[in-house]
Design a protein around this ligand. Structure first.
Ligand code: ADP
Length: 230
């Protein structure tokens, strides 16, 4: 089980390569990385170094070519797909650069949906969605559709949706990459507050060194390895 000593997520000796002509493009080469509950980690590395690859592998969306991904101490590589999907749905939340909200549904419904897929009643899901959106400063935007929201508001709804099933691991890939600096700052602030309040482990890929500086820990990818930054 995850506790102060044991990471909730652990990547052990992870390799990932993509075929490139006769050779292979080696993106991750024995990468090791642990994430602990209550801790936010910024993943800061130049474009093309493997941040998305690392997040996909951590999020059980992709299999590594070698190594293992442990979630709460459980090795996931040989689990059946249905079990990997269950872990992903119950333990993980994802936020991407584009919000990927469903355009025909309101902010509230977008946050209700993943909870109902998981088996909660509409009423229970609505209560939690309302609380989350209010916490994120969107109390007066719940009935708006994505097109009726600003970029920063859309991204805050996407964060609420990622948090809807109370995940213990939040994986975010450039969540403020499409926003202007002021809005990015605000969204990031809300995101980090939420991480602290909920005690989950967050791994956030970002190009923004200033935003990364506010997180508990910073790592980068060098020569296919995850390296701590000081
Ligand atoms: P980052 O998120 O740091 O920009 P990525 O993880 O998206 O980096 O990609 C790392 C490298 O792997 C890039 O050079 C990219 O072109 C390559 N890559 C990613 N996915 C694939 C794929 N499915 N097939 C081939 N090459 C890929």
């Amino acid at each position: 089980m995850a506790d102060d000593q044991n990471p909730v997520l652990f990547l052990q000796a992870v390799d990932r390569r993509y075929p490139q002509g006769d050779t292979a493009l080696e993106i991750l080469k024995g990468a090791e990385f642990g994430a602990w509950l209550g801790q936010s980690v910024a993943l800061v590395a130049p474009s093309g170094t493997g941040k998305s690859t690392l997040l996909h592998i951590a999020g059980l969306l992709e299999h590594p070519d070698g190594g293992e991904v442990y979630v709460d101490g459980v090795a996931t590589s040989k689990l059946p797909d249905v079990e990997r999907t269950r872990i992903r749905r119950t333990e993980m939340g994802f936020v991407y650069q584009a919000h990927h909200l469903l355009p025909e549904f309101t902010a509230l419904e977008n946050v209700v949906m993943p909870q109902m897929i998981r088996g909660l009643s509409r009423k229970e899901a609505q209560v939690r969605a309302g609380e989350l959106l209010s916490y994120l400063g969107l109390k007066n935007r719940m009935t708006h559709r994505p097109a009726e929201l600003s970029g920063g508001e859309q991204q805050r709804v996407a964060i609420a949706r990622a948090m809807a099933n109370a995940p213990r691991i939040l994986l975010a890939d450039e969540p403020t990459g499409n926003l202007d600096p002021h809005t990015a700052n605000h969204v990031f602030e809300t995101l980090t507050q939420l991480v602290r309040a909920s005690g989950l482990a967050a791994i956030i890929a970002t190009h923004n060194a200033e935003l990364a500086g506010r997180m508990d820990r910073r790592v980068t990818i060098q020569d296919g390895m995850v390296v701590e930054m000081t």
